[in-house]
Design a protein around this ligand. Sequence first.
Ligand SMILES: [Zn+2]
Length: 142
Amino acid sequence: MHLKIDRAVYAAIVRAAQQAAPLEACGLCGGKDGHVTRFYELTNADASGEHYRLLPEEQFATVKDLRVHTADLLAIWHSHPSSPARMSVEDLRLAFTPETVYLIVSLAVPDEPELRGFTVHHGQPETVDITLTARETNEDAP
Ligand SMILES: [Zn+2]
């Protein structure tokens, strides 16, 4: 699987992760046809540096906003302030939706944030290839 992510969204995820550290930041991403163009930061209801929990009412409001913009929910993102960009045991346990990409940004190397994506089938993570795109890019150009 392959996901394109607008550079502005990537920058927003990194910024949110850095601002929330040492706690985990989390949120949702939306777009169309595997291209993420919309970023939402949600409350980490766990207020923890080792796990996160999205609030159902915020998720609902986000999905509603995506619909207004005729976009789909494409990814759930969260940060790992000090551990690698890998799905933790807890992350895998809570990954219920096989269609959703789970994005993790790691700040383990502070100057080199690392963003990785995964889908989870039957508790097993599969890596999703990520390409960062410029907003100016004309996707229809040959
Ligand atoms: Zn995690």
